[in-house]
Write a protein that binds this ligand. Structure first.
Ligand code: KG4
Ligand code: ZN
Length: 329
């Protein structure tokens, strides 16, 4: 079974063809990163307009790379939320139009579930129940995945998302947007590795908080005897990795899960991956970086688990942006 997935919730316009929710036939991503680097973050209206321009191109390329025709497809799937409203509208309505024109039904997909399902695009299939840690620019969510489509939210961030913290620290250190990769690269060059920045444990809860850490970074770099930026970047990354890995390991043990699934753009971070793997007593699954950051293969993979939700393209269907904060700051 072939599903064409479409993703447009933030600043990547993506289309992919996935077979049976497991095998990636094509995975095309047009990133708007360069465009948003100029403003230091995503301007929602600019993102929406850019999705409109890129969507037909990525869809055509996804079909070409998958060597398939519209007739070979079984469904079209699109992200309905959470995400930026204007951005979601372009992807969802583009998907509806395409499905309508080709007589295909449409499957609405939750972006967070998409990130989790990227773990089904790996060679080995994760055993369930699983603990899922979704860490991205917009989200930090700890979920108990009992089965496909059956999730319990254990906790999440109370302020900044993990990726948002990387982006804000990058801004403090003048490293540009998005912040994760340059902060991580700078951290790797730290000559001294002794600086200790705070960790918000929020004991007794599965929630996270990263805004205090961000403020601590601000105070550290503004101090008259400020350490080199690389050391600050290293200590920041260590603090995030420590909190994420310990809290995930603790929740996994308490819930008695069979595996830990990590997903979202921040899962591309090497130190965070290593810490989580070190501390987990059950197998850890982490997709390769191109399936961690926003993509449409994960949307098609999640859609495969929700074939019951398929509906005629012309049926009313609205976006579900939820409380997604503007990424401009
Ligand atoms: O999942 P994603 O592509 O988009 C959202 O749904 O938010 O995640 C993007 C986020 C950005 O905040 C970016 O800085 C972060 O993931 N990120 C990283 C790394 N690569 C991307 N954070 C830390 N280390 C990385 N290597
Ligand atoms: Zn995402």
């Amino acid at each position: 079974m072939l599903i064409l997935g479409i993703e447009s919730s933030c600043d990547e316009t993506a289309a992919a063809v996935v077979a049976d929710g497991r095998r990636v036939r094509s995975n095309v991503v047009a990133s708007q990163q360069l465009l948003h680097a100029e403003t230091g973050g995503v301007v929602p209206e600019v993102a929406a307009r850019e999705h409109l321009r890129a969507l037909p191109l990525v869809v055509r390329q996804a079909l070409r790379e998958a060597e398939c025709d519209w007739d070979d497809l079984d469904y079209v799937a699109a992200t309905v939320g959470p995400g930026l409203p204007g951005a979601l509208l372009v992807g969802l309505n583009g998907a509806r139009g395409l499905a309508y024109a080709r007589g295909l039904s449409l499957i609405p997909v939750d972006h967070i579930e998409g990130h989790v399902c990227a773990n089904w695009l790996l060679d080995d299939e994760p055993p369930l129940p699983a603990l899922a840690l979704v860490i991205s620019g917009g989200h930090t969510e700890l979920l108990l995945m009992e089965d496909h489509g059956r999730y319990q939210r254990l906790g999440g961030t109370r302020d900044d998302a993990a990726g948002e913290a990387f982006d804000k620290v990058a801004r403090l250190l003048d490293l540009g947007y998005p912040g994760g990769p340059p902060v991580s690269r700078l951290a790797a060059t730290a000559p001294e590795r002794r600086l200790k920045l705070p960790r918000a444990w929020l004991s007794g809860s599965d929630d996270f908080s990263f805004s205090g850490l961000k403020t601590a970074v601000l105070h550290t770099v503004q101090a008259p005897d400020a350490p080199p930026a690389a050391e600050v970047a290293w200590a920041f990354e260590e603090s995030v990795a420590d909190v994420l890995s310990k809290k995930a390991a603790r929740a996994a043990e308490r819930e008695g899960v069979a595996s830990v699934l990590v997903a979202g753009g921040v899962a591309a971070n090497r130190r965070i991956r290593e810490r989580i793997e070190e501390r987990s007593s059950v197998p850890v699954f982490i997709p390769p970086p191109d399936l961690c950051t926003d993509n449409a293969a994960m949307i098609a993979a999640a859609a495969f688990r929700h074939l019951d939700d398929a509906r005629p393209a012309e049926a009313p269907l609205d976006i579900r942006p939820m409380a997604y904060r503007s990424r401009v700051r």
